[in-house]
Design a protein around this ligand. Structure first.
Ligand code: URA
Length: 195
């Protein structure tokens, strides 16, 4: 099955679900990319544009990709949850982003696995705790396994864990750690002649 067909199928499944009122944000990029990046969930800007990682976190992500000589077009970018988790601000009544809840992650998990099966990347790079756990099915912590290749979870042997790019916005000290982790990913790819 092609990724466009898969997205159409998922769109109609969502329309039949409790998430029918939400606008889906599907994966984007090269359909046969070597690297698939998996984020958490779209935010407000992504929902408006219908593309993953277009806000501040997107700029950070693009910067990191550039640092390892990759462009957005050369990778595939998706999220564990394909809708914007949101809540209403009690003060302003405006819609705010929130972390996805377990039910949302669970709903999309089988589709995330199918999506990754279709793209079949050499490396699945998870960005933060939510996609790390959603892809591996393991109760891992990003602080313990960032910058490493994780084998075994849900049968994947090619999962590489990175911090979420937004983590750097809130914690500048992580910037160096992020750069080191990216270097480890490059090293791994070089050792396998993938780069
Ligand atoms: N934008 C996304 O698409 N995903 C994230 O995880 C964060 C921002």
């Amino acid at each position: 099955m092609k990724i466009d067909e898969f997205n159409m199928e998922l769109a109609s499944i969502m329309l039949e679900s409790e998430y029918a009122h939400k606008r889906p944000v599907f994966g984007q990029g090269k359909p046969n990319a070597k690297i698939a990046l998996v984020g958490e969930a779209p935010g407000g800007e992504e929902e408006r544009e219908g593309r993953p990682f277009v806000g501040k976190a997107g700029n950070n992500l693009t910067e990191f990709l550039t640092s390892i000589n990759l462009t957005r077009d050369e990778v595939y970018i998706t999220n564990a949850v394909k809708l914007r988790p949101s809540k209403l601000s009690p003060k302003t009544g405006r819609e705010l982003n929130r972390t996805p809840v377990a039910d949302e992650i669970k709903f999309f998990a089988p589709y995330l696995h199918r999506e990754l099966e279709i793209i079949a990347p050499k490396y699945i790079v998870t960005l933060g705790n939510v996609p790390l756990r959603a892809v591996s099915g393991l109760d891992l912590k990003i602080g313990d396994c960032h910058g490493t290749l994780i084998k075994g979870g849900n049968g994947y042997d090619n999962l590489f864990a990175l911090y979420h790019p937004a983590a750097i916005i809130y914690n500048q000290a992580l910037k160096d750690v992020y750069a080191e982790d990216l270097e480890k990913l490059c090293e791994l790819m070089r050792s396998k002649n993938d780069k």
